[in-house]
Design a protein around this ligand. Structure first.
Ligand code: ADP
Ligand code: ASP
Ligand code: MG
Length: 412
C-alpha cells in the first residue's frame, strides 16, 4: 500500500480539539487507501516553556540534559494522538525517535540524522496500524537522546518519508501554503502553487521559518515530494519539487527577512595570503556560524573583512576577534547588532538581467539605506537597519509584484 507521511506542527496539535481535528485528517487519508505515518511536534509553545523551565534552574543547561527534557514534548503529543485515533476506532501505535532507531550524530540540540530503522514502522503499517513518530529527536551511538534543532520535526518527517519511500510528505501547519513572503508581515503576499527545492532552501536559510532548511535539503537529496498545507482548511497547499511550470518566467519567486543578525567589520587587516583562513578557522573553533562574508582590498598592504552572524553568537565572536585581531594586524573593529537582512530569491535570476537594479531602485525610492550587499546565483541580499527592515521587505515585494499570482506578473 502507498505510504503518506503527515507532519503536524505545534499549533496544529495545541489542544485536544486540534488533535481530534488532526486525527480526522489522518483517518480521511486512511479511508482513501493509504498507509499513514504521523510525525508530530510538541503541543503549542511547550518547547519554549520547557526551555524556560531549564533556564530557571540553570542559565547554561548541559545540552545533553536539554535534549533529554525537550524530547518529552513530542513524546506526549504522539501518545495523545494515538489515543485520539483509538477513540475514533482506528488502531494506532506511537514511537519515540529512539524506538524507531532514528540514529543521529552526537551534536546535542542540533544533531543530524545518520540513519532510520524503517523496519519497525513498516511492520506496524503492514499490520494495518497508523504509526506515530515523535518528531525532532533521535539517539546517538551511545543511546543518548538528541534533538535536531528548533523546527526539526520537519526534518524527522521528510527523512522518514525518504526512508519509507512515501509518495508524499505533507506538512500541516498554521498557514495554507508557502507564500512569496511571510504573510504575517506582508498581508498581500501571494500563495505559491509550486516552489523548487533550491528556492525553498535559500528562503529557509534566509529566514522563512515556514519550513526547516535541513528538511528541504533531505527532501532534495531523496526527491521527496513535500506538500505544505493548512491543518484547519481543506485547500491544496504548496508543492516543493525539482521543476515548476513557468520556471523560466519567474525571475523572483519570494522575499525574506532575517532578523537577529550582527555584522562585524575588521578594518585594515594585512592583505596577505592566509589571513582570512586564520580568522575563519579561529571563528570555526569558537563554533560561530558565519552567514555572509565580504572581503575588499583597500590597498596593496591592507584589506577590509566583513561578515554577518546570528546576534546570539556575538559575545563569543567578540571574544574570538579580540584573541585574533593582533595576528591579523587589524586596525579597527566595527560591530553592528541592529541590522536585518532582506533578500529576494528566484531560480529565474540565473537567466535574467536587471534584478539587482530593480531591488536597489525600490529600496532607494523607499529611502532605505543599504549597509552591504551579497549575492548568490539565485538570491540578492541587502543588510539594512532593523527598524526599516519590514518597510524594505514591502518595497521589494511590490517592486517584484509578489502580491500577484505568477500568471498576472509582467513578463521580463
Ligand atoms: P509549525 O509549528 O507548524 O511548524 P511554524 O511556525 O514553524 O509552524 O511555520 C509557520 C509560520 O511560518 C507561519 O505562521 C508564517 O508566519 C511563517 N512564514 C514565514 N515565511 C513564510 C512564507 N514565505 N510562507 C508562509 N509562511 C511563512
Ligand atoms: N518542538 C520543536 C520546536 O519547537 C520542534 C518542532 O516543532 O519542529 O522547535
Ligand atoms: Mg515549524
Amino acid at each position: 500500500m502507498a505510504i503518506i507521511v503527515q507532519k503536524f506542527g505545534g499549533t496544529s496539535v495545541a489542544d485536544a480539539e486540534k488533535i481530534r481535528r488532526a486525527a480526522k485528517r489522518v483517518i480521511d487519508t486512511v479511508k482513501k487507501g493509504f498507509s499513514v505515518v504521523v510525525v508530530a511536534s510538541a503541543r503549542g509553545k511547550q518547547t519554549d516553556e520547557l526551555i524556560a523551565d531549564a533556564l530557571e534552574l540553570n542559565p547554561n543547561p548541559p545540552k545533553r540534559e536539554l535534549d533529554q527534557l525537550l524530547s518529552t514534548g513530542e513524546q506526549q503529543t504522539v501518545s495523545l494522538f494515538a489515543m485520539a485515533l483509538e477513540a475514533a476506532g482506528y488502531e494506532a501505535i506511537s514511537f519515540t525517535g529512539s524506538q524507531i532507531r532514528m540514529l543521529t550524530d552526537s551534536v546535542h540540540t542540533s544533531a543530524r540524522i545518520k540513519s532510520i530503522g524503517a523496519d519497525r514502522i513498516r511492520k506496524q503499517l503492514d499490520e494495518g496500524k497508523i504509526v506515530l513518530v515523535a518528531g525532532f529527536q533521535g539517539i546517538d551511538d551511545d543511546e543518548n537522546i538528541t534533538t535536531l534543532g528548533r523546527g526539526g520535526s520537519d526534518t524527522s518527517a521528510v527523512a522518514i518519508a525518504a526512508a519509507l519511500e512515501a509518495v508524499e510528505c505533507e506538512i500541516y501547519t498554521d498557514v495554507d501554503g508557502i507564500y512569496t513572503t511571510d504573510p504575517r508581515i506582508f498581508k498581500s503576499a501571494a500563495k505559491m502553487q509550486y516552489i523548487t527545492y533550491d528556492e525553498m532552501l535559500e528562503m529557509a536559510s534566509l529566514g522563512a521559518g515556514v519550513l526547516y532548511g535541513r528538511a528541504v535539503e533531505v527532501g532534495k537529496n531523496y526527491r521527496v515530494r513535500i506538500h505544505v498545507r493548512s491543518s484547519s482548511e481543506e485547500t491544496e497547499g504548496t508543492i516543493i519539487t525539482c521543476e515548476v511550470p513557468q520556471m523560466e518566467d519567474i525571475v523572483v519567486s519570494g522575499a525574506t527577512i532575517q532578523r537577529d543578525l550582527a555584522k562585524i567589520d575588521l578594518v585594515g587587516v594585512d592583505n596577505k595570503p592566509g589571513n582570512a583562513a586564520k580568522l575563519f578557522a579561529h571563528l570555526a573553533k569558537a563554533k560561530i556560524v558565519i552567514n555572509d562574508i565580504i572581503q575588499t582590498e583597500v590597498s596593496v598592504e591592507k584589506a577590509n573583512l566583513s561578515f554577518t552572524i546570528g546576534v546570539a553568537d556575538l559575545p563569543d565572536a567578540q571574544k574570538a576577534i579580540e584573541q585574533i585581531k593582533g595576528t591579523l594586524n587589524c586596525e579597527s573593529v566595527f560591530i553592528r547588532d541592529d541590522i536585518a537582512e532582506v533578500s529576494v530569491v528566484g531560480v529565474g535570476m540565473r537567466s535574467h538581467f536587471g534584478v539587482a537594479d530593480a531591488m536597489f531602485t525600490a529600496l532607494a525610492k523607499a529611502e532605505i539605506n543599504v549597509d552591504s550587499i551579497t549575492t548568490s546565483e539565485i538570491r540578492i541580499s541587502c543588510v539594512v537597519d532593523k527598524n526599516v527592515a519590514e518597510k524594505a521587505l514591502k518595497a521589494v515585494c511590490l517592486a517584484f509584484e509578489l502580491d500577484k499570482p505568477v500568471e498576472q506578473r509582467k513578463k521580463n
